[in-house]
Design a protein around this ligand. Structure first.
Ligand code: GDP
Length: 306
């Protein structure tokens, strides 16, 4: 079994390649939930949904969020009646968000609600939220603080980032399922997801870093040179006083990383890193990358067993 730590774009791209290599039921995904948000009575969990839709063969892989060919009837009508929402939700996507909100309000944990939704959507992979309490990534800009979704969706990332902070009423603790998924895996893959908004929230859950130290962990850099392949990772890394590159990403994960993979095009040389083509422009590149990663994992396992 392979366990992934994932956000909603880079790692899902890699998992799409992995799906050709192994059965879905051999994969477990620990997912960031710090971008979750309640609105219109429903509960948005963008990264959980992207991962679920990927394994349910429903994902819109042009945008890497939402359901392919979804309609926006409810969203447009809400706008017409003067009730615009912070995020545009497709109609079928909204159904999932309504159902999750209902389950949470009825007292189910997010882990339980995700299990239920995954099963109804016929996902064979095990999909686990990082924790069962609410954590929110917030952006501080020009003296005010906003939800990450407001920064990224409403402002399209076009406001200065003074700080990135996490807000929660109780410190996040990894669920027992998360810790078991790390412990029981043949290897853990930290895909090329945003270090500040996708992977760090998972690492901040109590128990995760210690569990990773006892595992074989392979990390794929989301940066090529001083720019991410997509998204706001550069601004967010700089707000944390880190360089926006693979070296700083490696430094962030150094305590538990066994193999660090950087792109063949990356001009920032990282000592000991493995070079692979990580630019997953299509499914074929993602599969080739998955094959190379799996070879590293198999070789390491042979080495340990011999
Ligand atoms: P989010 O939840 O939508 O922000 O998604 P993630 O955190 O999972 O992924 C965003 C990160 O994926 C960005 O920092 C990108 O640089 C990285 N990324 C996206 N596509 C690729 C790719 O093809 N190759 C690599 N190496 N990184 C990628």
């Amino acid at each position: 079994m392979i366990t992934f730590l994932s956000g909603g774009t880079g790692t899902p791209k890699l998992m799409r390649g992995y799906r050709t290599l192994m059965e879905d039921h051999e994969m477990t995904v620990i997912v960031n939930t710090a971008e979750d948000m309640w609105f219109s009575g429903s509960h948005l969990s963008p990264d959980l949904d992207t991962v679920m839709y990927l394994f349910a063969d429903l994902l819109d892989t042009e945008r890497w969020w939402g359901i392919e060919d979804d309609t926006n009837i409810t969203s447009k009508f809400l706008e017409k009646i003067g009730y615009p929402e912070p995020v545009t939700l497709g109609d079928r996507d909204r159904a999932v968000n309504i159902a999750r909100a209902d389950m949470l309000r009825a007292g189910m944990t997010l882990t339980g609600a995700t299990r239920h939704l995954s099963s109804r959507l016929q996902c064979d992979a095990t999909i686990l939220p990082m924790c069962d309490t609410e954590v929110t990534t917030c952006i501080q800009s020009n003296g005010s603080e906003m939800h990450f979704q407001e920064y990224w969706v409403k402002h399209r990332g076009a406001v200065p980032v003074d700080a990135v902070v996490r807000r929660c009423s109780e410190s996040p603790v990894a669920t027992k399922q998360v810790l078991q998924a790390i412990r029981d895996a043949d290897a853990v893959i930290i895909g090329p997801s945003n270090p500040v908004t996708s992977i760090s929230p998972i690492l901040e859950c109590e128990g995760v870093k210690d569990a990773l130290k006892d595992q074989f962990v392979i990390v794929i850099s989301p940066f090529i040179g001083d720019a991410p392949v997509s998204g706001p990772a550069a601004e967010l890394m700089m707000a944390w006083d880190m360089a926006p590159n693979g070296q700083a990403t490696y430094d962030l994960y150094r305590d538990f990383t066994d193999v660090f993979v950087q792109d063949i095009r990356d001009p920032v040389a990282i000592e000991g890193a493995v070079r692979l083509d990580t630019l997953m422009t299509d499914k074929e590149v993602a599969l080739a990358l998955a094959e190379s990663i799996q070879q590293i994992i198999d070789t390491a396992a042979d080495h340990i067993n011999s």
